[in-house]
Write a protein that binds this ligand. Structure first.
Ligand SMILES: C[S@@+](CC[C@H](N)C(=O)[O-])C[C@H]1O[C@@H](n2cnc3c(N)ncnc32)[C@H](O)[C@@H]1O
Length: 246
């Protein structure tokens, strides 16, 4: 597991660093308007799960990182969401859900085909007939990692109480579908920076479609960005609605 999701100091700044979320608005616009049951996979600090809960959806939110779940549980109104530390496969097969979702490019944390197929199988087994699984991955053709350089680092961000934080990204290796990179967190009130090493997988639409089929899901729709535009070869995102293959 990345330090990013395990180190308390880094988990504490996750929401501040990820404050602008066009993805949440997009997914909300796609969800059934009637309150229903939702499974949020890789829920992180729970922002989207809580947003859904506030709107009347009944949410179960799972994440393998205990510190991320702890941060979610500590938020206002967290008692209205069912939080689970673990994977979808840890959930009982019943009750099934009306919608499932995986936001924040959490899908790219799954590095092996077997992990992805297992995820799809676990989701297919836990959603109702006619239900969908929404998730996204960065389009490999758009090469987002070429912007993850110290030169393109955002200016220091104010954290309140006079503290600030600068995050610097540096790609260490690109090996086919795998991009490994380092993030260095320079807190104004710490003598030494903290760092996190990550590897993400960048899969094409076709490969994910194949893995989906192997896991019992088929493509319902694909968008290419958070405006909901149709996917094109150079779109920044590949946003899937996968349906249960009945
Ligand atoms: C970038 S965060 C996204 C969190 C949240 N979904 C959001 O949109 O802010 C990625 C999350 O995926 C979780 N994760 C890592 N590996 C996972 C896996 N194999 N299955 C499910 N979640 C995973 C991490 O613990 C982390 O909380």
């Amino acid at each position: 597991m990345d330090q990013l999701y395990e180190n308390r100091a880094l988990v504490e700044v996750y929401d501040a660093l990820n404050a602008s979320r066009d993805d949440f608005d997009f997914y909300l616009s796609q969800f059934p308007s009637q309150p229903c049951t939702v499974l949020d996979i890789g829920c992180g600090t729970g922002t989207f799960a809580l947003e859904l809960s506030k709107r009347g959806y009944s949410v179960t939110a799972v994440d393998p990182a205990p510190q991320m779940i702890a941060a979610a549980r500590a938020k206002d109104a967290a008692q209205h969401v069912r939080w689970v530390t673990g994977y979808v496969s840890d959930l009982a097969p019943e009750p099934r859900f009306d919608v499932s979702i995986m936001t924040g490019h959490a899908f790219q944390c799954l590095l092996e085909d077997d992990d992805i197929i297992a995820l799809f199988q676990a989701v297919a087994a836990r959603i109702n007939a006619g239900a969908s699984f929404w998730f996204e991955t960065r389009n490999p053709a758009a090469k987002a990692w070429t912007r993850w350089t110290p030169k393109k680092a955002r200016p220091p961000m104010a954290l309140g109480e006079g503290r600030s934080l600068k995050v610097v990204q540096e790609v260490l290796n690109v090996d086919g579908e795998y991009v490994s990179f380092k993030e260095t967190y320079e807190f104004s009130d710490k003598d030494h920076p903290l760092s996190s090493l990550s590897t993400l997988r960048f899969l094409t639409l076709d490969r994910i479609e194949d893995l989906g089929r192997a896991g019992g899901l088929c493509i319902g729709s694909v968008c290419g960005d958070w405006t909901g535009a149709a996917f094109q070869a150079n779109s920044p995102e590949i946003i899937f609605r996968m349906d249960k293959d009945e």
